[in-house]
Design a protein around this ligand. Structure first.
Ligand SMILES: [Zn+2]
Length: 271
């Protein structure tokens, strides 16, 4: 099986598996570049991962962990927005520590906009910006770079488009980038080429999966939804994107089969 340096997988595709089992599945699928999931499983500090044990295992494998997806869900439920934001930053700091031990150089964060009742959008952004600054500074001190991802509102208030992310990042100093999620962009009704072009110069990670545009963010294998893949790949080339494409597909009952099929599909669209 040929090794494609641009293609990556995420342990999120293997939710019923331990972190080590998920890494083995990705390896069997031919995905040697890995994003480790850290929300509710795998590298989430709240599930007591064993990063040093995983690091020892990785040392004898062809896999490389290059990025981590930071936690975002169920952070201090019931707390005030300020308390929840503080706890989120602390949780991300612990995750960054674990991810550094695995060799990650990129950390992906959802734009989590914590709010109290009656908070307007501007207030939630004012709370979000210093939190992102703190996480970004922590990441930088560990030789990692933070990437903020375009999200959808099914999980609550967030930033949906590259322009919204750029607007928030304009008030953050330091090298913070963008992770563009193609499926989310389609799900949000955005024009893919516009979104990719808008990320020019800041794009450091891409989540690739398909969407039917109407469902509940289904994270389908490339080709099973409405994404125009050749056009999307062309748009990435047009902005000279040289980063990786992380296949963020829902593994279902057969993560290995789904990942293999997704990998083959994406490779065909890339050639
Ligand atoms: Zn994503």
């Amino acid at each position: 099986m040929e090794h494609s340096p641009l293609l990556a997988g995420t342990t999120w595709s293997c939710p019923g598996q331990t972190l080590l089992e998920a890494l083995e599945t990705l390896e069997q699928a031919g995905l040697f570049d890995v994003e480790v999931w850290a929300d509710g499983m795998h590298l989430d500090p709240r599930v007591d991962p064993e990063p040093d044990r995983v690091a020892r295992w990785l040392a004898s494998r062809p896999l490389q962990v290059r990025s981590v997806h930071l936690p975002f869900d169920a952070v201090l439920p019931g707390g005030t927005a300020d308390q929840r934001t503080e706890e989120w930053v602390r949780l991300c700091a612990r995750t960054l520590d674990f991810a550094q031990r695995l060799g990650a150089t990129v950390a992906v964060a959802h734009p989590v906009l914590f709010s109290d009742e009656d908070d307007g959008h501007a207030r939630t952004i004012d709370r979000f910006v210093p939190a992102v600054q703190a996480i970004a500074d922590d990441a930088t001190s560990r030789g990692m770079r933070l990437a903020v991802e375009n999200m959808h509102t099914m999980r609550g208030a967030t930033l949906r488009t590259v322009r919204e992310i750029r607007g928030a990042l304009a008030n953050v100093t330091g090298p913070v980038g963008i992770c563009l999620d193609l499926g989310h962009a389609v799900f949000n009704g955005c024009d893919l080429r516009d979104e990719i072009t808008a990320a020019t110069g800041l794009l450091i990670n891409a989540h690739v999966h398909d969407s039917d545009g109407t469902g509940r963010d289904p994270h389908l294998p490339p080709g099973d939804g409405i994404v125009d893949w050749p056009a999307a790949m062309h748009a990435f080339q047009a902005i000279n994107y040289s980063g990786r494409y992380v296949l963020e597909v829902r593994g279902g009952d057969d993560p290995l089969g789904t990942l293999r099929r997704s990998r083959e599909r994406l490779l065909s669209f890339m050639s």
